[in-house]
Design a protein around this ligand. Structure first.
Ligand code: ZN
Ligand code: ZN
Length: 327
């Protein structure tokens, strides 16, 4: 206790020193200022989660922000994506779209909703996705039920129950959203045996951004991506995996060999993706959901996209969490 008492003036002095050095309370609390959104701006994206389930401290899992003027939407809400979302200064969302229900694409939604409710947001964010959205969101609501009860008892209606239990709509492919000049089209992709699995095309002010969701390269994905100004696609590097398979096979880990091969089977192989992007006239390609989950270094990224420019002549961006991309 005495030790604690004597530490307090020291801490206070340290805070004063920091304040006198020009740091404000917001910085001390680790808070990022909210992003200023220009209502007249066009379409852009922020890659918030570029990883896969394999833990990587530099990458949250699937989560992409699409910005249309002053509105921000998320495609998927993967593990830990509240952190890059917060770092990007995004404090509110107009909608959330799910591509499919592998957990690396939705498991972060509870933390996003919780943080928005703690921040005092009152309005529910509409959640949309293919069949399965209601089941997933009912499970999230059940998981957070005790937490919600505690917070309502503690904070009363300052804490919004509506934020924690959003309105969920399930859609079939087609135009699923059209408001104030923004059109969002859902299309089927090929992530078998996972069904449904979809991608999304956002069109606004004459530009288009397509988010692939999880898919291998196939005709449906190609049609969905056709003529996109920006394609944000999942990707796998088969060469790196082949080396991993050889290692696993040499150590006789046949279960792991089979699991890697099955994983490779329903994702977009990098060279096939490059060919697709060229064939359907994609103007710019941004890679996310990097499989395997490489570190965010220039060297690893160069190795990851090796050979792609032989097939695709447009710009290729290797995603990192927080990277901003415009068409
Ligand atoms: Zn998946
Ligand atoms: Zn995935």
């Amino acid at each position: 206790m005495n030790k604690l008492k004597s530490a307090i003036p020291t801490l206070f002095a340290a805070v004063l020193l920091l304040l006198s050095n020009g740091l404000n309370a917001q910085v001390l609390a680790g808070a990022i200022p909210p992003r200023t959104l220009d209502p007249n701006a066009g379409l852009s994206a922020i890659l918030l989660g570029t990883g896969v389930p394999i833990p990587n401290p530099a990458r949250a899992t699937a989560c992409t922000a699409i910005i249309a003027g002053a509105r921000v939407f998320l495609v998927d809400t993967g593990r830990n994506c509240i952190v890059p979302l917060n770092q990007a200064g995004i404090r509110d969302l107009t909608g959330i779209f799910f591509t499919h229900y592998h957990s690396d694409h939705f498991i972060g939604i509870g933390e996003i909703l919780l943080n928005f409710a703690i921040a005092g947001n009152a309005a529910a964010i509409p959640v949309r996705g293919p069949t399965g959205a209601k089941e997933v969101m009912a499970g999230i609501a059940a998981t957070y039920k005790l937490d919600l009860d505690y917070r309502l008892a503690h904070h009363g209606d300052k804490f919004s129950a509506a934020v924690m239990e959003p309105i969920v709509t399930e859609h079939t492919p087609g135009v699923i959203f059209e408001e104030q000049g923004l059109k969002v089209t859902m299309f089927n992709v090929c992530h078998q045996p996972i069904e449904p699995a979809v991608g999304y095309r956002f069109e606004y002010q004459g530009q288009s951004i397509v988010v692939s969701g999880d898919t291998k390269v196939c005709a449906e994905f190609a049609e969905g991506a056709r003529d996109a100004d920006l394609l944000i696609s999942e990707v796998e590097n088969a060469q790196i995996f082949n080396a991993a398979i050889t290692l696993a096979r040499n150590s006789n880990n046949l279960r792991q060999v089979a699991m890697i091969e099955e994983g490779m089977d329903y994702h977009a192989e990098s060279l096939a993706l490059a060919r697709l992007a060229q064939e359907v006239g994609v103007k710019k390609l941004a890679l996310t959901h990097l499989f395997p989950s490489i570190p965010p270094t220039d060297q690893a990224e160069a190795q990851f996209i090796q050979g792609m420019s032989d097939f695709y002549k447009g710009p290729i961006l290797v995603g990192r969490d927080g990277m901003e991309v415009a068409p």
